[in-house]
Design a protein. Structure first.
Length: 129
């Protein structure tokens, strides 16, 4: 399977899991910011989110390759559930490769109707114009 298809699924699954965790932890330092590395992704994806489980080095290497592929190709991942967009950056801490996933929201559409231009009506200054 192509890595381009796997990256959005892995990122979305991990972010959805980490949203339910407490803020100000190693994996979720701020609201809308998530830190992922190969071991964390393996624990979330393969071991049903048990963060104390033992991870095989082959699993870590596989998920590290996926995360490196995402950062090297400058992926911007769209959420599968809602309209959030996630930006990926490299975030190496303590010499280990990890990525920083930042929540970037789409610009909202303006509500209301467009102003109508009425012919023959002059501008009237109001206040301190």
């Amino acid at each position: 399977m192509n890595k381009d298809f796997i990256v959005p699924i892995v990122i979305n699954f991990c972010v959805d899991f980490l949203k339910e965790r407490d803020v100000h932890t190693t994996y979720h330092p701020k609201k809308g910011v998530y830190i992922l590395d190969g071991t964390t992704v393996a624990k979330i994806m393969r071991h049903n989110g048990v963060l104390r489980s033992h991870v095989d080095p082959n699993e870590t290497a596989f998920f590290d390759q996926i995360l490196r592929h995402a950062v090297n190709n400058s992926f911007i991942v769209e959420s599968l559930r809602n309209k959030n967009i996630y930006k990926l950056e490299e975030y190496s801490k303590f010499g280990r490769f990890s990525i920083k996933v930042t929540n970037v929201r789409k610009p909202r559409k303006l509500l209301g109707t467009k102003p109508k231009v009425i012919e023959g009506v002059e501008y009237v200054p109001v206040g301190y114009d």
